[in-house]
Design a protein around this ligand. Structure first.
Ligand code: SAH
Length: 346
C-alpha cells in the first residue's frame, strides 16, 4: 500500500540528507531542498529549478509542502492587521500584526481552537481541533514579517504566542517553531524578542525551565485567589495556584528570568482591594512584572471592564510595593483582532 505523503517541512536538514542517501542519491540534494523550503520559501517542488525533473517528481510522490495561505487580511484604523490563515486541510486560524511607531509585534496561534475553557475568551468557544505544526507557526511569522516590511518599512520586531490556543499544550511543535524563527537558516530573530504566554500548566512550565529557553514567559493570571480563578478559568481546578507558584519558583531557579503576569480587571469579579492584596502577595513569589490588559468584549454579560478607579487602585498599590506594572491599551478592537477576540468570526 502506498504510504501517506508527509509534510516535507517537518524534516530537519539532517533527515532530508538521510532521505536522499537512503534513495541512493547524493546527500547535498538534501541541502538544496532545505534551502528551497526555508530560505527561498518554495511552495511547490516545481519551483526547485536546480533539481532534475525526475527528482522533483520523485519528491512529489513522498511529500507535500503544506504552506499556509493568508486568506483574508483586515486592517484596523490603528494599523493593526488581522490575518485569517487557511491551513492545508481547510481549517483556519488567526494571526495579528500590532504596530507602534517604532516596532511591530506578531501575535501568532499555536492550536486550531483551544482545549482550555477560559470563560472570557472567544477562542474557548471553539473546541480544540488540532495542534499546529512547527512550519504552520513559522509561516504565520514569515507572513507578518512581510507585512511589517511592506506597511512599516522595517522587519518584524517581536513575537508573542498569544493567538489561538495554549502553547504549552502543543509543546514540541511550538519549541521547534521557535528554533526555526531564531535559527540561522530561518529568520535569525533574537529569542529575547519572543514571549510565550500560558494559562499555567505547571508540569509543562517545569519542563520548559529544564529545556533552558532563551525566550520570555508570560502567565495569564487574572486572579490570585483560587476560588475566583476557577470561576473564570475552570481548569484552575486541576492546576491550582499552589502548583503554579511551585512551577514559577522552579522556573526562576533554573532560568533566573522574571515572568510577566497578564491580568484583566473586571467589574464585580476582581476589582476589590482584597484582590489587589492577593496579587501583591503572589508577586512576591518570584521577580515579576504585571501587565494590566484591557478587557475586549466578547458579548458576555458576565464580563465588563472595571472602572478606571479600580485599575488605578491596582497600579498605585503595586507600585507602592515596588512591583513593575504596565497598563496596556488594546489595539485592533474594531476588527476583533484584540486579545481573546480571535474566533474566526467570518
Ligand atoms: N493560552 C495562552 C495564550 C492565548 S490568550 C494564555 O492563556 O496565555 C492570550 C492572552 O489574552 C491571555 O493573557 C488571555 O488571558 C488574554 N485574553 C483572553 N480573552 C481576553 C479578552 N476577552 N480580553 C482581554 N484579554 C483576553
Amino acid at each position: 500500500m502506498k504510504e501517506k505523503k508527509r509534510d516535507i517541512r517537518a524534516l530537519t536538514k539532517e533527515q532530508l540528507r538521510d532521505f536522499f542517501i537512503e534513495k541512493g542519491e547524493k546527500a547535498f540534494r538534501g541541502n538544496q531542498v532545505y534551502e528551497w523550503l526555508w530560505k527561498k520559501g518554495a511552495h511547490s517542488f516545481d519551483d526547485m529549478t536546480n533539481l532534475s525533473k525526475e527528482t522533483r517528481l520523485f519528491l512529489d510522490t513522498y511529500f507535500d509542502i503544506n504552506h499556509i495561505k493568508v486568506d483574508d487580511m483586515q486592517r484596523s484604523q490603528d494599523g493593526t492587521i488581522k490575518n485569517a490563515v487557511k491551513l492545508h486541510d481547510g481549517l483556519t486560524v488567526e494571526s495579528v500584526l500590532i504596530p507602534t511607531a517604532t516596532r511591530t509585534t506578531a501575535c501568532v496561534s499555536s492550536q486550531v481552537g483551544c482545549s482550555l475553557n477560559c470563560e472570557f475568551c472567544a477562542t474557548a468557544r471553539l473546541k480544540r481541533m488540532r495542534n499546529l505544526q512547527p512550519d504552520e507557526i513559522y509561516d504565520q511569522v514569515v507572513a507578518i514579517d512581510q507585512q511589517s516590511r511592506m506597511y512599516h518599512g522595517f522587519p518584524l520586531s517581536n513575537i508573542v504566542f498569544m493567538g489561538m490556543g495554549e502553547p504549552l499544550m502543543n509543546y514540541n511543535n511550538v519549541l521547534k517553531s521557535i528554533e526555526k524563527i531564531t535559527g540561522e537558516d530561518g529568520l535569525g530573530m533574537s529569542p529575547k524578542r519572543i514571549t510565550l504566554s500560558t494559562s499555567g500548566v505547571p508540569k509543562m512550565m517545569k519542563k520548559l525551565a529544564d529545556d533552558g529557553p532563551k525566550f520570555n514567559l508570560a502567565l495569564s493570571l487574572h486572579s490570585a485567589i483560587d476560588e475566583k480563578r476557577t470561576k473564570i478559568m475552570p481548569f484552575n481546578e486541576q492546576f491550582p495556584l499552589a502548583d503554579i507558584k511551585e512551577a514559577l519558583k522552579y522556573w526562576y531557579d533554573k532560568t533566573g528570568t522574571r515572568v510577566t503576569y497578564e491580568y484583566v480587571v473586571w467589574k464585580g469579579i476582581n476589582d476589590t482591594i482584597d484582590d489587589v492584596h492577593e496579587l501583591i502577595k503572589f508577586c512576591k513569589v518570584i521577580p515579576c512584572k504585571v501587565n494590566i490588559i484591557e478587557y475586549n468584549s466578547i458579548d458576555d454579560p458576565r464580563f465588563e471592564q472595571a472602572s478606571p478607579k479600580a485599575i488605578d487602585l491596582y497600579k498605585t498599590q503595586l507600585e507602592r510595593n515596588h512591583i513593575i506594572v504596565n497598563v496596556r491599551r488594546s489595539r485592533g478592537k474594531d476588527i476583533d483582532a484584540a486579545c481573546g477576540q480571535l474566533a474566526n468570526k467570518q
